[in-house]
Structures are given as C-alpha cells and as structure tokens.
Design a protein around this ligand. Structure first.
Ligand SMILES: [Zn+2]
Length: 215
C-alpha cells in the first residue's frame, strides 16, 4: 500500500495517482524479477490490442488500462498488479511460451478449462460476423456488432470475457465443438515459439536441454 502524502488515503501499491485526490504518488523502483518482467513486456513492443490480449490471457481486466496512453505506463502498472498478486514468476513463464492467436494452428477442440485457449480456438474458427453472432447468442448477447473492438478477434475477446463472468463458458464450448477445423493441432517448434521473448532466469537450464535437442 502507498499512503497519499496529501490526503493520507491508502492506495494499492500499483497506483500512480491517489484514487481519492489524484495526487501523484511516489512508488519504489521495480527491481529483480519484477523489473525483468517489465523489460520482457516492453521488449515485445505491444500495440494496444496486443496489450489487451496479454491482459486477457493473464486473466487481468484490461478495460481500466484503456484510458492510459503510454505503453510503458500500462506495462508498469500491470507488472505492479502482478507483483501485488504474487504472480510475477507465473506471468514470466507464461510469456515465455506466449503466442498471439494467429500463431496457433487450429486446436482439435476447445479446452474446457482454459480461458485463453478457448479464445485462441474461437479466433481461429470464428471468422465472420455471422459466426460471431451465433457465438454470442450462447451467452445471451443479442447483437455482436455492439461489442467493443473493431476486428472480430477483439469482439471475441470481449464476448468470452463476458461469458466467463456469466458462467456461460460451457455453452460457448458446446457451440465451438460444432465447428470442425480443417487441420489438427501442430504447435510451432520450440525455437520459433521462444524467439519473441527472453528466457526467464529460472528456465535457463531447461532451455539448454531443449536447445541441445534442436541442434
Ligand atoms: Zn490523496
């Protein structure tokens, strides 16, 4: 927690301004694994939609970040939130293997227990607004065009976020199972998957093993 120097209110450790009086708060510098996670994210040069997708994949609500204009500020606040939740190591490992949806070939079926892979599967198999309309009807949304976002994948992300909160993911799964992808799952090879982000220090040994196998 950070105490506001002006009004004395307690603010979360990741806050940039006092939530009560908007006074700028002095926060401690990020260090160690948290600073490394920030640098890892900044190294990915995320656009606004990429950033939202990463938040979604990490099960963090991205909507509050929408008002912030600077990428570095968004990244830092997200990293501080993860630090607050004790999730820095988990997030670093997740990003190490992270691919945006277009990087995955179709999955054989939507995994029922994974929010992000459900999204990946939906992005690969729901291409048109007509299909998206059928998906959102499973959640009780009347008009898919009213969902935020310009492109179909952005709207899918919003719809699946709503579905999870409404406990309607099973209905979405049932509908997604009716789609038959053309090709089975083939994950990208390990070198390709890991080219975008740096190796977290805790995985160095594993990487050496994988690296040796790929020679
Ligand atoms: Zn204050």
């Amino acid at each position: 927690m950070i105490q506001c120097p002006k009004c004395g209110a307690q603010n979360p450790a990741y806050a940039r301004e006092c939530v009560y009086c908007n006074t700028a708060l002095v926060r401690p510098e990020l260090t160690g694994a948290t600073a490394a996670l920030r640098d890892q994210l900044l190294g990915m040069s995320l656009g606004a939609e990429d950033f939202n997708t990463i938040c979604f994949a990490l099960d963090i609500d991205w909507h509050p970040f929408a008002e912030m204009e600077d990428e570095a500020g968004k990244v830092e606040m997200m990293v501080r939130q993860l630090e607050d939740q004790g999730r820095v190591t988990e997030a670093a490992r997740f990003l190490y293997d992270f691919r945006f949806p277009q990087g995955y070939p179709p999955l054989p079926q939507p995994p029922a227990d994974n929010l992000y892979l459900t999204y990946v599967y939906a992005c690969q198999n729901v291409q048109s607004l007509d299909q998206l309309q059928k998906l959102v009807e499973q959640i009780g949304i009347n008009d898919a065009t009213q969902l935020p976002g310009a492109a179909v994948p952005h709207k899918i992300r919003e719809a699946i976020w709503v579905a999870r909160r409404a406990n309607a993911l099973p209905q979405v799964h049932d509908w997604l199972r009716t789609l038959k992808p053309d090709q089975p799952l083939q994950r990208p090879n390990i070198r390709e998957r890991r080219s975008r982000v740096q190796t977290p220090p805790s995985l160095n040994q594993q990487e050496d093993l994988f690296g040796a196998q790929n020679l």
